[in-house]
Design a protein around this ligand. Structure first.
Ligand SMILES: *Cc1c(COP(=O)(O)O)cnc(C)c1O
Length: 375
């Protein structure tokens, strides 16, 4: 395909749907699925992904912030939505008005939700977060029962479940994950004995959903695997997944450098020999990390063209000496597939010393998206 723009970031919604179906199949009977679409659906576009996932049968959506939840409601998404980061007390009125459920770990937020619910003649729907070993958001386990007790005589407050997050579910050794799950399960039992039914409790991310059946409580919360990447960078996903995001560009100049020539800022690459170089109009302003300098590669004519010199703000140079017949205007693949060769987000992440999650967020945030495979 001839590109009419300098770069093209595409999001394949049929691949997203395929990955959802793959994960859905792994859910035990009766377990609900909450695709996580926080951070603009990991850079893939909140609204388009949410619509696709709801059509595919998502029971819930997990967003990061109130703003993301409001954006979905504005566009007519009516399924249950949970705000994973929780809200600020000042945001309670809007959350209740739009029927957004909230992850809770602060009493002042509970009271603000209760007041908003009373004023609007509604219920405040809350999921109480417990830190079973992530060391991030949530009440410490011993704080949970007293916290729930403090909400007992607040009729507008409906605590739907306990929620926790796993720190190491993507590791092959699941000992720590089982420890967290056991802690979670015993808290849940203790709370139920005290009369809290907590019907919608959940702890599983993608890694746990696919590898730890004990992690499936009433609901599961997969993220990264919906977008086609394994949760663990060093192992393939245990189910077949299709890549959703790809990034293409084109050669805007081809040039031949003599031996001993500098390529890009700082002269970090000097040609050891005569060198055919292709200039590609994508750089770190497009979310293409500068850590890819002298490390990464792009695909041209189905072959790998290594990055030479530093990635610039909106240009990157790759060597094509070994690839015959490259022309100006030649398609370039930065993420995705060309002629049977593939660059995955995991590979880019390894070069850039990060994880696929950050590759997707960075590329998605910095480039206009084009949707394909729309139903
Ligand atoms: C991001 C997130 C998830 C999804 O995790 P993945 O590893 O992408 O599957 C689940 N739960 C919470 C609380 C999260 O923040």
């Amino acid at each position: 395909m001839m590109l009419t723009s300098l770069s093209d970031l595409s999001v394949d919604l049929s691949a997203l749907r395929y990955n959802f179906d793959q994960l859905r199949r792994l859910c035990a009977p009766g377990v609900k699925i909450m695709p996580v679409v926080k951070a603009d659906a990991y850079g893939h576009g909140l609204l388009a992904c949410a619509r696709t996932l709801v059509t595919a049968g998502a029971d819930y959506l997990g967003v990061g912030s109130l703003e993301e939840g409001l954006a979905l409601r504005r566009e007519g998404i009516s399924c249950p939505i949970l705000i994973l980061l929780g809200i600020l007390p000042v945001q309670a009125t809007a959350a209740v008005a739009q029927d957004l459920e909230v992850v809770l770990y602060r009493r002042d937020v509970a009271l603000a939700m209760e007041a908003a619910a009373r004023a609007q003649h509604k219920k405040a729907k809350l999921h109480v977060k417990v830190d079973t070993g992530m060391g991030r958001l949530g009440l410490m386990p011993e704080e949970v029962l007293p916290f729930l007790e403090g909400l007992r005589h607040h009729p507008e407050v409906e605590v739907l479940g306990l929620v926790s997050h796993l720190a190491m579910a993507d590791q092959e050794d699941k000992a720590y994950t089982y420890k967290q799950i056991n802690e979670f399960a015993s808290l849940l039992r203790a709370a139920r004995l005290r009369g809290w039914p907590l019907p919608l409790s959940h702890i599983a991310n993608s890694a746990a959903l696919t590898e730890v059946k004990e992690a499936q409580f009433a609901l599961v919360r997969p993220g990264i695997m919906l977008y086609g990447s394994p949760a663990a960078a060093d192992r393939p996903a245990p189910v077949e997944l299709k890549p959703v995001m790809s990034l293409k560009s084109q050669v805007i100049q081809l040039k031949r450098l003599p031996k001993g020539a500098v390529v890009s800022y700082g002269g970090t690459y000097v040609t050891p020999d005569r060198c055919d170089l292709a200039v590609v109009p994508v750089g770190y302003c497009n979310g293409y990390s500068r850590l890819l300098s002298n490390r990464g590669a792009m695909l041209i004519k189905g072959r790998r063209a290594p990055i030479r010199g530093r990635v610039c703000m909106n240009l990157t140079m790759v060597e094509v000496t070994h690839i015959k017949g490259v022309q100006e205007g030649e398609p370039v693949t930065l993420l995705g597939e060309d002629g049977g060769e593939r660059l995955t987000a995991e590979e880019l992440a390894r070069w850039a010393e990060t994880i696929s999650y950050e590759i997707y967020c960075a590329l998605g945030a910095a480039n206009p998206r084009r949707y394909v495979g729309v139903e």
